[in-house]
Design a protein around this ligand. Sequence first.
Ligand code: ABU
Length: 303
Amino acid sequence: MSNEKIIVNSWNEWDPLKHVIVGKADGTCIPAPEPALDAKVPEDSDMRGEILEATMSYRCRWFEYLCYRPLLKKYYNSDPNMRHESAPKPRLTDADYRKDYLSDKIGIQKRLEWTEKKYFVTTEEEPLFDAADVLRFGKDLVVQHGFTTNLKGIDWLKRHYKDHRVHAVNFPGDPYPIHIDATFTPIKEGLIINNPQRRLPKEQRKLFENNGWEIVDSAQPAHNEPPPLCYSSTWLSMNVLVLDSKTVCVEKSEIYQAEQLDKLGMEVLPIELRDAYAFGGGLHCCTADVYREGELKDYFPKQ
Ligand code: ABU
């Protein structure tokens, strides 16, 4: 098989990045209210030769896959080994959401109890997952069970990626668990930064610790609140884009996160993006890997 023809290949979050889709805000708008509203990108997840369209879990994102189609068509036509897959589109009827779950009458304490008990805004009506809930670690996929991904969605991923090991994780300190990429961020082989308000529970840390991975608390965000109209939390500070295991892009104003990554031995590239947060999030949110140099590896031989 000639390497020249391979367009899609990405097994993890840190191998040298050679081809990435960067979202642009043209034609976007603030979504109308709906039962589980938040707005995030990306919606695709890729591995060797395959790009999988996620089901998505918000009604406002149901048609989002169409924006990617011209690019995917190009990859498909140029790369004879590329597989274009699409998870079953969900119906997203009212049965998918717990009514009034996001009501202002629910206090923060109650919300934390709910998320601790894994009682989320989405139900188990049908498989739901967003790509931003999935982290790729070679043979292992780590998937956040929360508002945007339900257990049926995780089961669907297990059945689809039969040669991979799919692990469900959750972060009880997060009252609005939407996407893993401002909570748990792999920086390079062996190192993950974890949001100190949303620590991975002890039991779930074993996979990482037993295989020599270090999980360190991330630095505090530089801001006390997100910019106007932004649906994400201030923890977009840790929503970084790793270019390779020595280089990482960090939002320019996030000086504490940049400082921490610098101390951890990374070269930090400051990228101005805060003004774009309202259109769907940070550097990781608005990008989708297409090609990272590297092969499928087993980073967690001790299961
Ligand atoms: N997609 C990142 C947003 C998660 C958060 O708001 O913390």
